[in-house]
Design a protein around this ligand. Sequence first.
Ligand code: SF4
Length: 214
Amino acid sequence: MRTAERLSIMYDRLLSEFGPQHWWPADSALEVAVGAILTQNTSWSNVERAIANLKTAGLMSLEALSSLPTGLLAEYIRPSGYYNVKAGRLHNLLALINEHHNGSLDDFLDQPLPLLRTELLSVKGIGRETADTILLYAAHLPIFVVDAYTHRILVRHEVVDPEYDYESIQELFMDHLPNDPALFNEYHALLVCAGKKYCKKSKPDCSACPLEGV
Ligand code: SF4
């Protein structure tokens, strides 16, 4: 079976099993960016608690987050783990937006994909997955987000070799699917669903999984 056909069948099966996921779970582009950093190395439920702290305190704005001392920001986001590191990373991103885009998130996000990706990757603490999450879910640009679930599922189905790196897997999706941010959005969310429910690190539940046999 050709790769494009296979990826398409996988998508259809996942969508019919899980339905549309309406990602990213956030009320604003800023909240997407904050969540993308806070979700590094932790579960989403912890991120939700950290974001709730910020929103309850009326701090979910670029100005409020920027003017908060890093140590205090760390306290608000403590539930997300690695809170001192993540507070620093958030402030690194906000400093870039303040210094190079006059404090305008819209201006920052309204750049061609290669330029915005380069800027994001220049921020200390923002790697490819975090940058691409912001590009896809905050800026609505067509780039595929690759995470550990994606890698595991593709390797187990022998679509890629285990040593395939982030860019190789990203290219595989982007070379074989329509260049559609809505599709990339949904596909990534569905792979996360499959990874969490069936394709666990140990003991994958293949007999119940919609991707069995694809
Ligand atoms: S659980 Fe099994 S069938 Fe499902 S994605 Fe993982 S390896 Fe494939």
